[in-house]
Ligand binder design. Structure first.
Ligand code: ADP
Length: 319
């Protein structure tokens, strides 16, 4: 192994830059040449990559987004596209690739491995929906952003004695809703994995009001339904006005938390070490405080379910 490349792919996540910095600096520490590929697999097919030095990743650990930019590429879904990408890597004499992204990006990485190229993945997605790792880069920052928003919304909800619905990201995964709802003391949390029970939500609101509680916050993962539709269902049943806030893309940006930076730094270093050991077709992960690896096949074919104990706990604590 003499030369490695890295790219970020799929949805961006805060902490990707910290992972880029760790990959570049660990590679240089081990006397490897390292190339940054722009715009994910799209840039790999177009051959848009440049050599990175120590200074190229200075002053980025604290920045959200990704300095390598990210894109989705239909062409990489075809064998011809992947062959072009492979030719570009080989023409530059590159022998290993680090892919920072979500499960779609790992499916692509696994296909590249099948063509005989060494690839290691680092999980980067705010959704935290990748099997085999407790954390993916960006999740901790995203839930802290949501908790900050909940705190602000609670101030006005309290002053005006209102029911607020907060829509958060998570098309098929309720992790952001669950953990931010638990941390933000939400009265109800709606996740795509569990059918919403409107009677239970309304009973909960009424029980709170019976105790003199005049405001409530309900977290809705976008995959459940639009929070506007959910609010209509609740208003119909309880006969009170509600307010809706859709947080949207603010959840994807911002300076990464210390946890995201630390995880990204550790995984970035491990990815390079794995390539040096001749490993491929693996994703890095974290379980407890330990770094682990697992195959792309296992990571993408098993579904990561939400922590049902945490979900039940949130229900008990907001009784
Ligand atoms: P994420 O990595 O965040 O899940 P996507 O699902 O959009 O994001 O995947 C990112 C890119 O990975 C896609 O645009 C595509 O180029 C590539 N990709 C996804 N699935 C496959 C696949 N089955 N085969 C080859 N490439 C894939």
């Amino acid at each position: 192994m003499r030369k490695v490349a890295l790219l970020t792919s799929g949805g961006d996540a805060p902490g990707m830059n910290a992972a880029i910095r760790a990959v570049v600096r660990t590679a240089i520490y081990h006397n490897l040449e390292v190339y940054g590929v722009m715009r994910g697999y799209a840039g790999l097919i177009e051959g848009v990559m440049h050599k990175m030095d120590l200074g190229s990743v200075a002053d980025i650990i604290q920045r959200g987004g990704t300095i390598l930019h990210t894109a989705r590429s239909q062409e990489f879904m075809t064998l011809e596209g992947r062959q072009k990408a492979l030719d570009n890597l080989k023409n530059l004499g590159i022998d290993g690739l680090v892919v920072i992204g979500g499960d779609g990006s790992f499916r692509g990485a696994s296909e590249l491995h099948k063509l005989g190229f060494s690839v290691i993945g680092i999980p980067g997605t705010i959704d935290n929906d990748i099997h085999g790792t407790e954390f993916s880069i960006g999740f901790d920052t995203a839930i802290n952003t949501v908790v900050d928003a909940i705190n602000r919304i609670r101030d006005t909800a309290t002053s005006h004695e209102r029911i607020f619905l907060v829509e958060v990201m998570g098309r098929s995964s309720g992790w952001i809703a669950l953990e931010s709802g638990l941390a933000g003391g939400a009265e109800s949390i709606l996740v795509p994995e569990i059918e919403p029970d409107y009677n239970e939500i309304v009973d909960r609101l009424k029980r709170g009001m019976g105790r003199g509680k005049r405001h409530s916050i309900i977290i809705v993962a976008e995959g459940v339904d639009s929070a506007y539709n959910v609010s209509k269902e609740i208003e119909k049943r309880i006969g009170l006005d509600t307010r809706v806030t859709v947080l949207g893309h603010i959840q994807r940006g911002g300076s990464p938390t210390a946890l995201d930076r630390v995880i990204a730094s550790r995984m970035g270093a491990l990815a390079v070490e794995l390539l040096l050991q001749g490993k491929s077709n693996l994703m890095t992960g974290i379980v407890g405080t330990e770094l682990i690896t697992l195959s792309f096949d296992e990571a993408v074919n098993k579904k990561k379910t939400i922590d049902i104990n945490a979900y039940n706990l949130a229900g008990i604590l907001s009784i």
